[in-house]
Design a binder for this molecule. Structure first.
Ligand code: ADP
Ligand code: NI
Length: 217
């Protein structure tokens, strides 16, 4: 099979698997990450085949949605890539990206080893901020039956993945625990630039949210 066919089949497989998912990790999230990743890869001169496969497969099984198992995603991705008969070095690279991509707490290092990894991580993180990031955060909060906001529960900057993973705070806390930190964690110049406007939009949203919460008209 040629590269293009494998990418098309992979997109079909993931679309089928993640359609209708309700936590903000649905097919359309993957689709946006895929498109963001192709855009950034073009600007940063990264390998488009690796980038596209990793973007398409990155949420095949997220730890948040499978009892914290970080190995399930790379394992399922490898099974799929073996079925597509891609060579081992390519499968290794894609699975490494999927294993390392996730945010794991404010104080936890999640740096990527390769340029392709940096591109896909940035593409995923761009979809976590801005207007879409805001929408996904409340979708996830509802999915987990969390409150929108509770001023009695302070945000926490988690210094271990264990603490981040076990966090149960309201949706608004997630902005302070992760989303507002992403701008400065972008790997590529292309994503840093896109992140600026999205970051500002979240700050404005939060300012307005707290004003309304505090009874200001
Ligand atoms: P990553 O892409 O780094 O793995 P996640 O999959 O953890 O990111 O999160 C993707 C999106 O899901 C977040 O950007 C956010 O919108 C939502 N989300 C994840 N964890 C939480 C949480 N604890 N509270 C609210 N939203 C969350
Ligand atoms: Ni994702």
């Amino acid at each position: 099979m040629n590269e293009e066919t494998i990418i098309r089949k992979t997109a079909d497989y993931i679309r089928e698997k993640l359609s209708g998912e309700g936590s903000g990790h649905d097919w359309w999230h993957v689709y946006r990450v895929w498109k963001n990743a192709v855009h950034i890869a073009g600007e940063e001169d990264a390998d488009l085949n690796v980038v596209q496969l990793a973007a398409l497969l990155h949420d095949i099984s997220d730890w948040k949605l499978n009892d914290g198992d970080c190995e399930a995603g790379p394992r399922l991705a490898r099974e799929w890539l073996e079925k597509m008969k891609v060579d081992e070095a390519l499968a290794d690279h894609v699975c490494e990206i999927i294993k390392d991509i996730s945010f794991k707490g404010a104080g936890v290092n999640t740096s990527m080893r390769t340029k392709e990894g940096m591109v896909v991580q940035d593409a995923d993180r761009l979809d976590a901020i801005g207007a879409i990031g805001i929408a996904r955060t409340f979708a996830y909060g509802g999915f987990k039956k969390r409150e929108i906001h509770n001023p009695e529960i302070r945000p926490e900057l988690h210094d271990t993945f264990e603490k981040y993973k076990n966090g149960t705070g309201p949706a608004i806390n997630h902005f302070y625990e992760k989303l507002l930190l992403l701008k400065d964690l972008m790997n590529t110049a292309t994503a840093k630039k896109i992140a600026e406007g999205r970051h500002l939009y979240m700050e404005q949203f939060l300012e307005r949210f707290h004003k309304e919460w505090n009874g200001e008209y």
